[in-house]
Design a protein around this ligand. Structure first.
Ligand code: 8YV
Length: 322
């Protein structure tokens, strides 16, 4: 299609304002979460929806109701909530938002590592609650002389590793295969990685392949001085096993930006003093969310103007024209 794009686009929920603003004038927008009866909306407009703006679950059942669907533009680099295989089987393109959030999430990961080891939120609370005049804040663990493991050396994992080089720590990693171009120490299992390091940073993508990858055995291997940091997906860590390990002193502490059942966080986890818990804010700066939103818009415009998707995911059937 050339010239001004026009198509019916379904937004699953309220999206970043830049997305709603940019698409609003050019496409016919439908908001599923605003419809008094979602089922009725899908019955009425489902057959003419050609684009879907996603930030949540898109399964085969939903796609079934959108027979003219061409493109699912996911707001986020992780697209484990989108059934990309089912999309591919229907010849539907899926795009995500890689690169634009890499450095932001890596920054956050480093912040969370330091906050967890040096107990920064706990120290802040200590001061505010007026304990300082009575006694200094208890001494903490340290990053000095430690080995740090990265579980998943993808784009974000590498950006975290690059930052860690400046912290003068040894760096190890686990991934599906050894990577060329890095001289960090490779481990072929998560247990081997956990056994070798003091700090384990989880950056592996979510989805069935990585579900529960960090379970009791890995936590046991990380050991009583170990710190677990997860900035990937809650599903990668077995939350029940983690709570048990934190309670029993099997590991020292955990810094988590992601959880199994967001936005709900188990009270058991929140009750533990040796955790730092963040409400999934890895990419949540104005700067980076604007960039992600712009990439969602650009993918949709590019597709409906006939130029193809900009950042299609691996499973997607689309190939550039020769
Ligand atoms: C966002 C993310 O929190 O990109 C991802 O995969 O998890 C985050 O950047 C999320 O996509 C916003 O809904």
């Amino acid at each position: 299609m050339t010239g001004a794009p026009s198509a019916d686009i379904l937004l699953l929920r309220k999206m970043h304002p830049l997305i709603e603003r940019s698409l609003g004038g050019r496409f016919t927008i439908h908001r599923l979460d605003e419809a008094p009866d979602g089922d009725a909306l899908l019955r009425e407009v489902g057959p003419r929806i050609r684009g879907l703006c996603a930030g949540g679950t898109v399964d085969a059942a939903l796609m079934e109701r959108l027979p003219a669907l061409e493109l699912i533009a996911n707001f986020g680099v992780g697209y484990d909530a989108v059934d990309a295989g089912a999309a591919a089987a229907r010849n539907v393109i899926v795009t995500n938002t890689p690169d634009v959030l890499t450095e932001e999430v890596a920054d956050l990961a480093i912040g969370l590592v330091l906050a967890t080891i040096r107990r920064l939120p706990q120290a802040d609370r200590y001061l505010r609650e007026g304990h300082w005049p009575k006694a200094p804040f208890p001494l903490t663990a340290s990053l000095r002389g430690r080995r740090v493991g990265i579980l998943g050396l993808g784009r974000i994992g590498r950006a975290i590793a690059r930052r860690l080089e400046g912290f003068d720590v040894a760096i190890d990693y686990f991934g599906r295969s050894r990577q060329s171009g890095v001289d960090y120490t490779y481990h072929d299992t998560p247990v081997s990685l956990a056994r070798a390091v003091h700090v384990l940073i989880v950056v592996a993508p979510g989805g069935p392949e990585t579900k529960g990858l960090v379970g009791a055995e890995v936590l046991e291997a990380l050991g009583p001085e170990g710190i677990l940091v997860n900035v990937a997906r809650g599903s990668v860590v077995d939350e029940a096993a983690l709570i048990a390990a934190l309670r029993a002193g099997t590991i020292h502490g955990a810094g988590l930006d992601v959880f199994e059942n967001e936005p709900h966080v188990p009270a058991d986890l929140a009750a533990l003093e040796n955790t730092v818990l963040l409400p999934h804010v890895g990419s949540a700066s104005e700067h980076t969310r604007n960039a992600m939103a712009q990439l969602v818009v650009d993918n949709i415009l590019s597709w409906f103007e006939g130029r193809g998707p900009i950042t299609p995911v691996a499973e997607t059937p689309w190939r550039p024209r020769a």
